[in-house]
Design a protein around this ligand. Structure first.
Ligand code: GLN
Length: 296
């Protein structure tokens, strides 16, 4: 058995299981199981060919790692997300811990973070990330924006445990994110006002959830995805509740599903927000709705 054959058999197993990114996923699982870097693999693999099938497995821990590799491949074949197996996902250049209690950070959501970073150069402002999940938005804003105060809230205690770990790992030297458990603003006092409120709430219409990829449908937390009937229920609540916690001149930024731009824009306008606009992600799809609160 050679490294090359092991990697190849992993790719074939994932291909048969219908995994679109089977080559890349097999590589990541191989790399994690055997602790082999790309450079080491490229160094070893050609030599193996000369030795006609001789194992290059000099690692004394080989048997244990091999069974780990097999179990990773089985899990991935059953459509468990790669990120749950590896336990991490990269977002805004940072490595976030993830598990089944949090939504895996998506590249789409970088648009939300970048929109806020570009619009708010002033550091002495107070930001809130509502429905923080893994904490990826709050932590990225703190690290990349160096803001004076970043707070974050979530309904799920399990999600907050993950978010707190991410903040502890990633924010050293940048201050701290303050987390609290809250059903939207239920745990906030009337006096608490923010300059910026950002949120990536659950926004998938309930009926659509059954049609999502098994990785999302069967493994990601439903409470992080399900936006009820038409997917807009959290925007309706946020439009109302943010008014009580945004400073005059403060901004709200919501991630949206790509077909929800007009509806969420209308909602914010109806509730009295000004300068409401819809921004696109890198794929050119509607992804963020922003608004300003100007009423004293
Ligand atoms: N963008 C996510 C998805 O398509 C959903 C995120 C959310 O509901 N906030 O799976």
């Amino acid at each position: 058995m050679t490294w090359r054959a092991l990697l190849e058999s992993g790719k074939q197993q994932l291909l048969k299981a219908g995994i679109a990114e089977y080559e890349l996923d097999a590589w990541y699982l191989f790399e994690r199981a055997f602790g082999l870097s790309r450079a080491q693999y490229l160094l070893f693999a050609p030599k193996e060919a000369d030795e006609a099938g001789e194992t290059f497995a000099v690692n004394p821990d080989f048997e244990r790692r091999l069974s780990l590799y097999r179990s990773y491949l089985t899990r991935r074949s059953r459509r468990e997300p790669l990120q749950h197996i590896l336990g991490v996902q990269e977002f805004m250049g940072l490595e976030f811990l993830v598990d089944r209690h949090v939504l895996i950070p998506r590249q789409d959501t970088e648009t939300l973070v970048e929109t806020v970073l570009a619009a708010h150069k002033e550091k002495k402002i107070r930001l809130l990330d509502m429905c923080t999940g893994s904490g990826c938005i709050a932590v990225s804003l703190l690290v990349h924006g160096c803001y004076a105060s970043v707070e974050a809230a979530d309904f799920s205690a399990e999600a907050l445990a993950v978010a707190r770990q991410n903040a502890a790992r990633l924010t050293g030297g940048f201050g701290n994110v303050h987390f609290r458990q809250s059903d939207l603003f239920a745990a906030f006092t009337e006096e608490e006002k923010f300059d910026v409120i950002v949120s990536n709430p659950p926004y998938i219409p309930s009926v659509v959830i059954g049609e999502l990829e098994p990785e999302v449908r069967d493994f990601e937390p439903r409470i992080a995805l399900d936006g009820a009937g038409d997917g807009l229920s959290f925007y309706r609540r946020l439009a109302v509740e943010c008014k009580g916690h945004i400073r005059v001149g403060g901004h709200v930024y919501f991630e949206i599903g790509c077909e929800q731009g007009e509806a969420v824009k209308e909602l914010l306008l109806t509730h009295g927000y000004c300068e409401v606009s819809v921004r696109q992600d890198l794929a050119g799809k509607d992804r963020v709705v922003c608004g300003v609160w100007l009423t004293a």
